[in-house]
Design a protein around this ligand. Structure first.
Ligand code: SF4
Length: 311
């Protein structure tokens, strides 16, 4: 049988195909607001906004203008796909409820859009935001920056929130019926493998979490992190090895929407530890999983079985 990574890991594309019955693409959008944690508290020590604003997202453009710019490119590259409106950058639940409603309504009113994905910080999730998001008939996913369950790591990163706040936000969204995704960072300086494992185990234990994005901590120029001395190296090889070991502890029904920090902007990197490209890295991970005969969820109660998704 052909050896494919998606036979070992529950990928986001398999999840989307299963949920919507056709190919789906996420179109990145911006509400236009800047992250309040960066403006008020200096931001996370790894944050460089130049690295996460997509080409077709702009803080100055209306939702309609952002669609006008992005959709033709997506259709040209991917053919006849439906879209998820993905409010991805900055803190996408920051702003008054009326402001957010206007942005989300505009995005969902586009005929090609079948749902909403909103990425945010736990301290900008509240009853009003949850009530707005649950008011939509279409599919709504909220992505929350968890990063780690260890408060010492969150403090080091200057995340400006505790693990307990993230847990509360996840449970609040999950109880209200929203689909919840989390972001994790691997390679936080001084965090041990066992601490990363504890975070993955906690994710698997939380029944509301349905999606996950893994990031390898990238040290970008113009960040507080880049100015720090004696940061232990975390190479892409370390990351692939960690993923290989952690994947069996991730519940088999949690869709993995990212394994590596996306679109690493090489010109912005302060410390380059990223030889190769994403295809090669995925290939290396695939080889490890096949060599050790490991599947997502092997060490949990819910093992991933690709036959459910690939008929
Ligand atoms: S919450 Fe996100 S956008 Fe805000 S400072 Fe941290 S990484 Fe940057």
């Amino acid at each position: 049988m052909e050896e494919r990574l998606e036979y070992r890991i529950f990928t986001y594309s398999a999840y989307l195909l299963n949920k919507f019955g056709k190919k789906i693409f996420r179109v990145g959008l911006s509400t236009g607001k800047i992250c309040p944690h960066r403006t008020n508290n200096g931001g996370c020590i790894f944050c460089n906004p130049q690295t996460f604003t997509g080409e077709y997202q702009s803080q100055d453009l209306s939702i309609e203008e952002q669609f006008k710019d992005a959709i033709p490119r997506i259709k040209k590259a991917c053919g006849d796909v439906k879209l998820l409106a993905y409010f991805q950058d900055e803190t996408s639940t920051y702003g008054s409820i009326n402001f957010l409603k206007q942005k989300f309504d505009q995005a969902l009113s586009h005929p090609e859009v079948v749902g909403l994905v909103v990425s945010t910080r736990p301290d900008y999730i509240n009853a009003d935001v949850v009530s707005l998001l649950t008011s939509y008939q279409q599919s709504v996913t909220i992505e929350i920056g968890l990063q780690s369950i260890h408060n010492s790591s969150l403090e080091f990163l200057n995340r400006g929130h505790t693990f307990q706040q993230v847990e509360k936000a996840i449970n609040m969204c999950g109880e209200a019926g929203l689909t919840v995704g989390v972001h994790l960072i691997l390679g936080i300086p001084n965090e041990t493998y066992n601490e990363m494992l504890e975070t993955v185990k906690w994710v698997s234990y939380n029944k509301y979490i349905k999606q996950i994005k893994f990031h390898n901590l990238v040290i970008y120029k113009n960040t507080t992190l880049a100015e720090m001395k004696n940061i232990p190296p975390y190479t892409i090889r370390d990351h692939i090895e960690n993923l290989g070991n952690l994947i069996p502890y991730l519940r088999g029904d949690i869709a993995v929407s990212r394994l590596f920090t996306s679109n690493i902007r090489r010109t912005q990197i302060a410390v380059n530890r990223y030889r190769g490209n994403k295809t090669q890295w995925m290939n290396e991970l695939r080889k490890i999983l096949y060599k050790k005969n490991l599947n997502q969820g092997d060490e949990t109660d819910v093992k991933y079985d690709y036959r459910k998704y690939y008929k």
